[in-house]
Design a protein around this ligand. Structure first.
Ligand code: NAD
Length: 387
């Protein structure tokens, strides 16, 4: 079986889907690995490093696409790439069903079997394949460093001959994978950290990291599968009111709140930003899905009355070396899960395969993807279509 690794084309994307270490392991398991020339360059993996572990480096993208059985990528493939794939080939990448409907339609039309890492069920068995978690964790870490870099203050408390510097106050909104890593990082840098999440279940985790969990007198709606549910506008409005004072007291606010497949909840309004001290920093990790802060500009850093609002998108890409390493392990583990005796063997009774397979045998076969795309629900894969 031939595995191809694409060079990412999205502007600002520095990651690569397979690093030499993981490629070497796949090669020893009997796979032929082909990497597009320069694919790992921006994550500090040279073509020579791939060649050294027996990987073929292909300079022509079309040649790679037309000969491989499985394509590994970070970002969704482009339609022009899909048209070059063989019918029956497979892709593993983030697919962003909510915004990439046309690509998904084209994958189905070309009978490509496509897997979306966003849709991987987050169960214990799939933890080693969970790219949302690996990338979210790196992003949570980096978001704190970005804030610390911009803040004109120290994070730790410092007693010097010239006087005592109080520690920075950091508020983390949303304590999922990224939020918990942000809390841990801010604590390691010596800040005093507060956090809030609509899921009360995270309270103990927040406390175990040395942060204070904000108890708001609010009754949140319970979600499913460990995720938060979209809260009512009335709830969000009360939440904002109750958080106003905590936001004003913070030097740094890191927002990570998200609802899968929905627009990010609005937690920080323009008046709340105005209430912050000059020099304070907000890093809005939800910038890409609409932002947790009303004044966030996706992909930009803006300054309003002396307060910085950082809407940097694709934060994992700024930690490209380790982000690629973890991502490569995630995709390689998923690939191994889908393969039996050197061939793709899809078992649609398996929760992981069914959960993240989006197109197969010329159709869109995933209900969650259909919901996100706003198209009619897919039909089940029949026995004769499984190969
Ligand atoms: P996410 O990125 O979808 O959301 C981030 C956080 O925002 C969540 O904790 C959510 O509760 C919170 N949030 C949503 N609305 C909010 C609001 N109005 N105010 C404050 N916070 C709000 O979530 P995630 O980090 O990807 O993961 C969420 C859950 O999935 C966690 O419970 C995590 O433990 C679980 N998970 C399980 C596995 C596994 O078992 N394999 C792997 C990863 C994550």
């Amino acid at each position: 079986m031939k595995i191809g690794v694409l060079s990412e084309t999205l502007q600002g994307e520095r990651r690569v889907a397979l690093v030499p270490d993981v490629a070497a392991k796949l090669a020893t398991s009997g796979f032929a690995v082909v990497v597009e020339a320069g694919a790992g360059e921006r994550a500090s993996f040279t073509d020579a490093a791939y060649r050294a572990v027996g990987v073929v480096v292909e300079t022509e993208r079309w040649a790679l696409l037309s000969k491989v059985d499985v394509v590994l990528a970070v970002q969704p493939p482009r339609i022009e790439d899909v048209t070059m794939l063989r019918s029956g080939a497979a892709t593993i990448s983030f697919l962003q069903p909510a915004t990439q409907g046309a690509v998904i339609e084209s994958l189905a039309a070309h009978s490509v079997t496509a897997f979306s890492l966003e849709l991987l069920p987050r169960i214990s068995r799939s933890q080693s394949m969970d790219a949302l978690s690996s990338q979210g964790s790196l992003a949570g870490y980096k978001a704190v460093l970005m804030a610390a870099n911009r803040l004109g203050k120290f994070f730790p408390m410092l007693m010097t001959a010239a006087g005592t510097i109080p520690p920075a106050r950091v508020l983390v909104l949303g304590a999922g994978v990224a939020g918990l890593q942000a809390i841990a990082t801010a604590r390691r840098l010596g800040a005093v950290v507060e956090a809030y999440d609509v899921r009360p279940a995270v309270k103990e985790e927040v406390k175990s990291l040395g942060a204070t969990f904000l108890e708001l007198a609010l009754e949140s709606q319970k979600g499913e599968g460990g995720y938060a549910r979209e809260q009512s506008e009335e709830f969000l409005s009360k939440q904002r009111e109750m958080l106003t004072e905590r936001v004003a007291a913070a030097d740094v606010v890191i927002t990570t709140a998200a609802i899968p497949g929905r627009r990010a909840p609005r937690l920080v309004t323009a008046p709340m930003v105005k209430g912050m001290r000059r020099g304070s920093v907000i890093v809005d990790m939800a910038a890409e899905t609409g932002g947790n802060c009303e004044v966030t500009q996706p992909g930009q850093v803006v300054e309003i009355d002396g307060v910085w609002i950082d809407g940097t998108t694709n934060i994992p890409s700024t930690v490209a070396f380790h982000a690629s390493q973890l991502y490569a392990r995630n995709v390689s583990n998923l690939l191994q899960h889908l393969i039996c005796n050197g061939e793709l063997k899809l078992d649609f009774k398996d929760e992981i395969t069914k959960g993240c397979c989006v197109t197969h045998a010329g159709r869109i076969v995933n209900e969650r993807a259909c919901q996100m795309m706003g198209v009619t629900a897919a039909s089940e894969v029949t026995k004769s279509e499984v190969h």
